[in-house]
Design a protein around this ligand. Structure first.
Ligand SMILES: [Zn+2]
Ligand SMILES: [Zn+2]
Length: 70
């Protein structure tokens, strides 16, 4: 599998869109991986501080509503 942006061998897959990127083109972004209820029913988000990002796609900061699915 080749990098999305160049001809190098890919080293990782984008956490957000699945494109493959080489070490040179891989970037990182913080991302939420899960929400859960912590102590005293406080909602908490589990965050990965440096998830692999391809640098091409545009992850949205919040989940997008998909009313057409209902
Ligand atoms: Zn590359
Ligand atoms: Zn991506």
């Amino acid at each position: 599998m080749k990098c999305w942006q160049c001809e190098n061998e890919a080293r990782a897959a984008c956490r957000f869109c699945g494109r493959f990127v080489c070490k040179e083109h891989a970037k990182t972004l913080p991302t939420f991986v899960a929400m859960f209820l912590g102590g005293e029913s406080t909602p908490k988000g589990l965050v990965v501080a440096d998830a692999i990002w391809c640098g091409v796609c545009e992850p949205q900061p919040e989940p997008i509503g998909m009313p057409e699915l209902f």
